[in-house]
Design a protein around this ligand. Sequence first.
Ligand SMILES: [Ca+2]
Length: 85
Amino acid sequence: MNVKRSWGVVMAMALVVAVASGACAQGRRGGPPPAEALFGRFDANKDGALTQNEVPPPMWARLRAAAANGDDAVTIAEYRAASGR
Ligand SMILES: [Ca+2]
């Protein structure tokens, strides 16, 4: 791996950590983050649902309870129903 590529990987990881901690901090300060912010940041495949592989483990521990139909994916409608956001 060359230096340019390594730098890109480091910057990408830093961005992921910054976004994840920002969303978690937002949740701690004022309750759950708004659905648009959460799904905009973490719905990697843009299918309108969050799955375990798309969010940090502590976030998934809270989110999975919103999967009303028990399919281990939380749709934006399920999130809104559970969080009121
Ligand atoms: Ca998704």
